[in-house]
Design a protein. Structure first.
Length: 308
């Protein structure tokens, strides 16, 4: 009887050992399967969220258009960040940046009317040659909504209003060149154009210590000579995508609605320090942001850096 009892215990022990080994094996397979599932989830996310870079180009309508970085998911790095918890977490995705082959400086020098059509950003271009009384209200609205714009200064205006120029610069806004005496540059010679631009950059640098890299022709009047001179002075020529036409003194709400209805990825909005802009700036900022766009300076818009 004892022999049978011990034989039974031995058999039971063997069965339990086998079951234990099977359980450990199943657990190991289950753990490996979890890792495989996590890896596949990251791969699937990569397939859906990789973006090809966009080369800078010269468009037949919009002329020079900046490039835009692409991106690809670093699957191995992303997996390493998630494996400890064993679950997919979009916040832990690691990207690699893929720069375009051709950059803005690589293409033919042409005026720029807009940013890249895949970049969900918009820039305000504020040309300043008059309208000091409306500048405080505009600056207040921009500051309230943490928005930076690019102000293009007329050189003679800076000469007369250095303190206001410093105030705009001190608020963190970008400063550009808007020629010296608001000339019709389409009618000016190369030397006359050069004098206008050089004189303006000089007074801006003497006043606020910054040398502009963007140039906006007064009234949008320019020719090939204008663009060439700006390039020689290491500036690119900036025009606009959407015009507020604020100088016609439209009702602020009407102006805002019309402008906001026209904006798209990469739009640049032209305005001046006028009453409609001062009254409508806050609403314009809110509505543009509600449409999912970010607001930035011309430099930020021209940058190839992704913002999504």
């Amino acid at each position: 009887m004892k022999r049978n009892y011990f034989r039974y215990l031995l058999l039971l022990s063997s069965v339990l050992l086998v079951l234990g080994l099977f359980a450990d094996s199943s657990k190991a397979r289950s753990s490996k399967m979890t890792k495989d599932e996590l890896f596949r989830a990251i791969e699937k996310y990569s397939e859906e969220n990789n973006r090809e870079p966009v080369d800078a180009k010269v468009d037949s309508i919009w002329k020079a258009i900046p490039g835009y970085n692409g991106r690809t998911v670093d699957i191995t790095a992303s997996y390493k960040k998630m494996k400890s918890k064993g679950k997919f977490d979009e916040k832990k995705i690691v990207y690699k940046v893929i720069p375009p082959k051709f950059h803005l400086d690589d293409i033919e020098n042409q005026p720029i009317y807009r940013g890249n059509s895949q970049k969900p950003m918009i820039a305000f271009l504020i040309n300043v040659a008059w309208g000091n009384e409306y500048i405080p209200g505009i600056l207040e609205a921009l500051e309230k909504h943490d928005t930076k714009a690019t102000f293009f200064f007329d050189g003679s205006w800076v000469k007369k209003n250095p303190d206001v120029a410093k105030q705009i610069n001190d608020a963190g806004h970008e400063i550009g060149n808007h020629a010296y005496s608001h000339p019709d540059l389409q009618q000016r010679s190369l030397e006359e154009t050069k004098m206008e631009l050089v004189k303006t950059s000089k007074v801006i640098e003497e006043t606020i210590g910054i040398r502009p890299k963007w140039f906006a022709p007064p009234s949008g009047s320019f020719n090939d000579t204008t663009v060439k001179v700006a390039e020689q002075l290491e500036m690119k020529t900036i025009l606009w995508t959407v015009d507020t036409v604020d100088w016609k003194k439209p009702a602020a709400a009407e102006m805002v609605n019309r402008v906001v209805s026209k904006v798209d990825n990469g739009s640049m909005i032209l305005m001046h320090p006028t009453q409609p802009v001062a009254e409508g700036m806050e609403s314009m900022i809110k509505q543009i942001k509600e449409k999912g766009y970010k607001l930035g300076t011309v430099s930020e818009l021209m940058s190839e850096e992704r913002i999504d």
